[in-house]
Design a protein around this ligand. Structure first.
Ligand code: NAD
Ligand code: MG
Length: 389
C-alpha cells in the first residue's frame, strides 16, 4: 500500500521540492491533501497532477479563485487555518509535510501532531511559537517529528550513532548569508535585492532574509531546543560559508560527528519521507577534492544581533519566542516592502520584546494571542520609524 501524504505549503520552495521527491517514488506515496496560501494557479496545476481528495487555501477569496480554475471536477476546497487543519486530519494521512512559512503553519501542524501523524517539519516557526506544547502533544498522540530543516536533519542523522545521555552539545552551522564579514555600519544601507541574494541556498523570500540577519539561525536554536530536548547552553552556532557540513553533534568523549552533503533540500526531504529507511537518490554527489577546504568561524554577534535576541527569548521562555517570531515576521515583511532598513529588523524586534513582560500562556490560544499583540506592537514601531524619516 502507498503511504498517504498531505503537504502543507505545497506551492512554496519546500513544497515544490517535496513533490519532486514524490515524483521519483510514485509507487510508494499517494498525495491525499494539499494546502497553500494564495498562489492558486500553481496549486490548480498540482491538483490536476496529483488528484488529492481535499485542498485548502489561505482565505475565501483564494478558495473562490481556485474553484474557478479547477471547474466542475474540483476536489473539496476549504480555507483558512481551520480548513488547513481539516484537510490535514480528515484525509487520514500517514505523513504530513509541514512547509507553510511562518506562524500561519501552527494550527494545521499542531492538528497533524494531535492526530498522531509522522510530521516532516520544515515550518520551524511553529516550533518557535509553541515548541513545548507541540512536543507534549506529540508524546500524548505518538506523533513523530522528523526535521526537514537541513541542520536539524543532519543532527537527527548524527544522533543515530549514540544515545542522548552521551551527547554533550549540538553545533548548528550557518552559511553567514550574503553579508558575512560586514559591520553594522555597512549593513545600514544594504538593499532588499542584496539581502535576497543568498550565496549557497535557494529558498523562499522570508527565510532568505532571515538567513541574512542570522535570525534564521536564532529560530533554529529554538527549534533544536524542542526537537532534541537540549538546553540552550548545549546548542552552539558556527559560521561555515561553504554549506557542506550541515551540522554536528559532539559526544561526551569529545568525538564530533558531522553530516555533509550538497546544499539541496531534496536530501533532507527524502530522508524524512523514507525514515527509518534510507533510499537511493539521483542527486549530485559531493566532490571533496573540488571543494578543497572547509572553514569555520565565530558568528559576529554585534553586527547580527538577531542571533542573541533569539537566545534571549529562549532563555525568557513563556510567550517570548512567540513574540520574537511575530515581530520578526512583521519586520521582515516591512523590509521586503522597502519600508524599513536592514538594521531596523532587530531594532523592531527588540522594542516589541521590551514592550511587555513575559507571560506563560497555558494553551495554543494564548500563544496565538501573544503573536497578535506582538504583530500590532511591531506595526506601531514600524509606522513610527517610517514617519520619523
Ligand atoms: P515559501 O515562501 O517558498 O513557501 C511558503 C508556502 O506556505 C507556500 O506554499 C505558501 O502558499 C504557503 N502559505 C503561506 N501563508 C499561508 C497561509 N496563511 N495558509 C496556507 N498556506 C500558506 O517558503 P519556503 O522557503 O518553502 O519555507 C517554508 C518553511 O520551511 C519555512 O518555515 C522555512 O523556514 C522552512 N525551511 C525552508 C527551507 C528552504 O530551503 N526553502 C529550508 C529550511 C527550512
Ligand atoms: Mg536551516
Amino acid at each position: 500500500v502507498r503511504r498517504k501524504v498531505v503537504i502543507l505549503g505545497s506551492t512554496g520552495s519546500i513544497g515544490g521540492s517535496t513533490l519532486e521527491v514524490l515524483e521519483r517514488h510514485e509507487e510508494s506515496f499517494e498525495v491525499v491533501g494539499l494546502v497553500a496560501g494564495r498562489r492558486v494557479e500553481r496549486l490548480a496545476e498540482q491538483v490536476r497532477r496529483w488528484q488529492p481528495s481535499a485542498v485548502s487555501v489561505a482565505d475565501d477569496e483564494a478558495a473562490a479563485r481556485l474553484r474557478e480554475h479547477l471547474g466542475p471536477d474540483a476536489p473539496q476546497v476549504l480555507s483558512g487555518p481551520d480548513g488547513a487543519a481539516s484537510v490535514t486530519v480528515d484525509t487520514g494521512p500517514d505523513l504530513v509535510v509541514a512547509a507553510i512559512v511562518g506562524a500561519a503553519g501552527l494550527v494545521p501542524t499542531l492538528a497533524a501532531v494531535r492526530a498522531g501523524c509522522v510530521v516532516a517539519l520544515a515550518n520551524k516557526e511553529a516550533l518557535v511559537v509553541a515548541g513545548e506544547l507541540m512536543v507534549h502533544e506529540a508524546q500524548k498522540s505518538g506523533a513523530v517529528l522528523l526535521p526537514v530543516d537541513s541542520e536539524h536533519n543532519a543532527i537527527h542523522q548524527c544522533l543515530r550513532a549514540g544515545r542522548m545521555p552521551e551527547v554533550q552539545r549540538v553545533v548548528l552551522t550557518a552559511s553567514g548569508g550574503p553579508f558575512r564579514g560586514r559591520s553594522a555600519a555597512e549593513l545600514a544601507s544594504v538593499s532588499t535585492a542584496d539581502a535576497l541574494d543568498h550565496p549557497t541556498w535557494s529558498m523562499g523570500r522570508k527565510i532568505t532574509i532571515d538567513s541574512a540577519t542570522l535570525m534564521n539561525k536564532g529560530l533554529e536554536v529554538i527549534e533544536a531546543r524542542w526537537l532534541f530536548g537540549m538546553p540552550a547552553a548545549a546548542i552552539d552556532v558556527v559560521i561555515h560559508p561553504q554549506s557542506v557540513v550541515h551540522s554536528l553533534v559532539e559526544y561526551r568523549d569529545g568525538s564530533i560527528l558531522a553530516q555533509l552533503g550538497t546544499p539541496d533540500m531534496r536530501h533532507p526531504i527524502q530522508y524524512a519521507l523514507t525514515w527509518p529507511e534510507r533510499w537511493s537518490a539521483p542527486s549530485e554527489r559531493l566532490d571533496l577534492p573540488a571543494i578543497g577546504a572547509l572553514t569555520f568561524e565565530e558568528p559576529d554577534r554585534e553586527a547580527f544581533p538577531c542571533l542573541d535576541l533569539a537566545y534571549g527569548a529562549l532563555d525568557d521562555g513563556g510567550d517570548a519566542p512567540a513574540r520574537l517570531n511575530a515581530a520578526n515576521e512583521e519586520a521582515v515583511a516591512a523590509f521586503l516592502d522597502g519600508g524599513i532598513g536592514f538594521n531596523d529588523i532587530p531594532a523592531v524586534i527588540e522594542s516589541v520584546l521590551a514592550a511587555e513582560a513575559v507571560t506563560t500562556p497555558g494553551d495554543v490560544a494564548g500563544l496565538i494571542d501573544a503573536d497578535r499583540r506582538a504583530r500590532r506592537s511591531a506595526r506601531e514601531v514600524i509606522a513610527r520609524e517610517l514617519s520619523r524619516r
